[in-house]
Design a protein around this ligand. Structure first.
Ligand SMILES: [Zn+2]
Length: 123
């Protein structure tokens, strides 16, 4: 697909990792930086793949469910370890549902849990 859009956003939350031996098994927080990559081949009449504003609105709706929460307590992570990998996957799947009717594809979600460490999810 020849066109790609990227937006960056962020949320803050607490978590602790399950089945993990080390500092991250204890409750702590991150300011996750999220990168959203959308691809497609068809542009609309304005010459855009998707309006950045629309993409931002859909992304914000998803991140609102995570922002300032204790991720382990959310039903979506019940029984799971809310790692950056699974956060990226959750955002990917939810955004895919929201963009279902549009001629675009969610390409990749990157979740940065620190300045130097990120996890990506893509198909
Ligand atoms: Zn952590």
């Amino acid at each position: 697909m020849p066109y790609e859009l990227k937006i960056e956003t962020a949320f803050a939350a607490a978590h602790n990792l399950l089945n993990y031996c080390g500092e991250c098994e204890n409750l702590h927080g991150h300011n996750w930086k999220i990168e959203i990559y959308i691809q497609g081949s068809e542009l609309d009449k304005s010459g855009m793949l998707i309006d950045f504003k629309v993409l931002k609105e859909h992304t914000d709706t998803i991140l609102d469910t995570l922002d300032h929460t204790y991720l382990n307590k959310l039903p979506i992570f019940e029984g799971l370890s809310p790692s950056s990998e699974l956060i990226a996957k959750y955002i990917f799947v939810e955004l895919e549902k929201k963009l279902d009717k549009l001629p675009v594809t969610v390409h990749k979600i990157v979740a940065w849990e620190s300045e130097k460490a990120a996890a990506s999810y893509y198909r």
